[in-house]
Write a protein that binds this ligand. Structure first.
Ligand code: ADP
Length: 373
């Protein structure tokens, strides 16, 4: 299962002085470990790029320029990788300078310091420990890759399943409508009741599939930069598609000044449609519904807010409601699929932001989400 090339298990050695290189080569050869010797920093960095199990560097080679380049290389490594480095230090009594250097290397990455003159057994055990740790990292990489692939397969399955199921459900919907129209009068009261159960279950299934498809689509949002869009436009589009519900609920909606953000217009619109739609759906019958949409900027992010004076969300469920199919009410009380917030969360997270709610039961909810400014 674990893919490893010979390059990935070799030990690189940066030792411009011949004596160290000779000792290390002999020790590693005795262990049958593949070794590649370089005598300058650029060559070592090139070899690191091609793959390495560990690298041994003599202290004199660690110039500040090399450390800077090494830092840049380490920062560019994937999250699973933590290449173990072994540094052969000058030995002798610790000085403030050597203390500083050790501190600097600790902050830089996975560095083990060995004092010279080194004994072959010390090199042996350090290299073996380093390679063992590196092997574990390769295993984590393989698992990570397998997980990413399994996730992609699952996404694809969810997408195809919801797509393929649409067709037969559409047929059930069409034929039950036809049945009602052509034979409704021939059915007795029981028959008509059954037919209406079929029709409402079909509608619910259609809504579920539609939401599942939106959820699956959100997985494929690419991280490539998109042109900035003025948020007012998608907010207005959301309000337009909710026009019927707004009229019916007599909602007073105020929208503050909106910025431009780098997002697809349809995604912003979908988020606002779900959040404002929920604010309307979960209103209190006892007082006029007020909804406030606003945006504020801090530390390179826009925080958008959709606040209502509705029924609120109990603290215990304020995280759970973002899960798929998670609902706090029965369909007979409030219609819905339990997918709206999960879709919002997925879209927002694809753009690097986050979404959360602050709420007190019976005192309204304030949904926030952030998008990079
Ligand atoms: P749905 O509305 O279809 O149930 P959502 O994912 O949009 O699905 O919401 C999940 C749950 O979160 C809802 O069932 C509801 O209990 C709660 N909720 C969402 N928005 C609000 C809101 N504005 N006020 C109170 N509760 C809310």
């Amino acid at each position: 299962m674990f893919r490893r090339s010979a390059l990935e298990m070799r030990v690189l050695v940066l030792a411009p002085v011949g004596r160290d290189a000779a000792l290390l080569t002999a020790t590693l050869a005795a262990l049958q470990i593949e070794t590649a010797i370089s005598n300058n920093a650029a060559a070592l960095l090139r070899m690191l790029e091609e793959g390495a199990g560990s690298a041994i560097i003599v202290e004199e080679a660690l110039t500040s320029d090399f450390i800077q380049r090494l830092r840049a290389w380490l920062n560019a490594q994937p999250s699973w990788s933590d290449t173990p480095f072994i540094v052969l230090t000058s030995g002798g009594r610790p000085t403030p300078k050597s203390h500083c250097r050790a501190q600097e290397l600790r902050e830089l990455g996975n560095f083990t310091l060995i004092e010279r003159p080194v004994r072959p057994e010390t090199v042996e055990s350090s290299v073996q420990a380093a390679l063992r740790a590196r092997m574990r990292q390769y295993e984590i990489r393989s698992r990570q890759e397998a997980l990413i692939q399994a996730n992609a397969d699952l996404e694809q399955f969810a997408h195809s399943a919801s797509h393929d199921l649409k067709e037969p459900i559409r047929s059930i919907s069409i034929y039950s409508d036809l049945l009602e129209r052509s034979y409704g009068t021939s059915l007795d009261e029981g028959g008509r009741k059954f037919l209406s159960f079929i029709q409402s279950a079909t509608k619910r299934m259609e809504a579920l599939l539609e939401d599942l498809l939106s959820y699956a689509h959100a997985a494929s949002i690419s991280e490539d930069a998109v042109e900035p869009v003025h948020v007012m436009r998608p907010v207005e589009a959301a309000l337009e598609s909710l026009a019927g519900a707004i009229r019916e609920s007599n909602a007073q909606i105020s929208v503050g000044e909106m910025p431009a953000v780098r997002m697809h217009e349809s995604h912003i619109s979908q988020i606002f449609q779900n959040l404002i739609g929920n604010a309307i759906k979960y209103r209190k019958e006892s007082e006029p519904l007020l909804i406030q949409v606003s945006a504020s900027r801090a530390d390179g992010w826009w925080t958008f807010s959709v606040a209502d004076n509705g029924i609120g969300v109990p603290p215990a469920y304020q995280e759970a409601i973002f899960g798929i199919f998670k609902r706090l009410h029965t369909s007979s009380k409030y219609s819905g699929t339990g997918m709206g917030l999960a879709i919002c969360q997925r879209i927002i997270e694809r753009y690097g932001g986050r979404i959360w709610v602050e709420s007190e039961p019976d005192h309204g909810s304030n949904f926030f989400f952030t998008i990079r400014s």
